[in-house]
Design a protein around this ligand. Sequence first.
Ligand code: ADP
Ligand code: 2DT
Ligand code: MG
Length: 206
Amino acid sequence: MARGRFILLEGCDRAGKSTQCAMLVAALKERGHSVELCKFPDRTTTIGKMIHAYLTNTEELDDRAIHLLFSANRWEAMQTIKRKLLAGTHLVVDRYAYSGVAFSAAKGLDLTWCKDPDRGLIRPDITFFLDLPSSDAEKRGGFGEERYEKREFQERVRDVFLQLRSKEWVMIDARKSVEAMHYEILRDTENKVRVAEADAQLEEED
Ligand code: ADP
Ligand code: 2DT
Ligand code: MG
């Protein structure tokens, strides 16, 4: 049996990550795959509750302290993620370490320092970057109450994301319709899954 694929959706605020994650999970389920949604930050854990308090401005924390909490929130999920992938379940993940680096580096923290705590985390098998210019993001309704929901800051975050961009990222133009984006994301995910299944088959035959 092939190991499950780690499918990451990253991108700017209001680019449509959560919408696309839900649609991708539903489409893969419909096709008979075992698949689950994961979201970072996971606000349900003890660390996640501290992050939630920070994001909703209930608590103040040093920039480096909150950075490390976001990373710890990923590390505490690693054993579960590993177990699920090994059991053949695909994971559709809404934000991960790239968000961690982009938001903290946008505050002015050193890029290498920001990357260090996440070194060694399970790597995504495919990363979709949903890119939306700030001017278009603004048109998608007003900002909420959370800490980072301010235009100038969001622009800096997008700049860091684009600096982190690697050639393996699948860039998705998030100005497209929900359906058009879903079509591209599902197509590339299915290709990835098919290749993994074929590789596992070959290994079994060896
Ligand atoms: P994110 O999780 O990236 O912040 P959401 O999926 O929550 O984004 O979407 C943010 C808002 O934009 C929601 O109101 C959603 O309905 C809307 N939206 C999502 N995708 C699109 C799209 N492709 N075109 C227009 N509006 C969209
Ligand atoms: P949402 O729950 O709407 O995605 O917002 N963030 C996220 C960080 O600053 N560092 C991280 O490591 C992660 C995963 C992005 C969550 C907010 O938290 C920010 C927006
Ligand atoms: Mg979201």
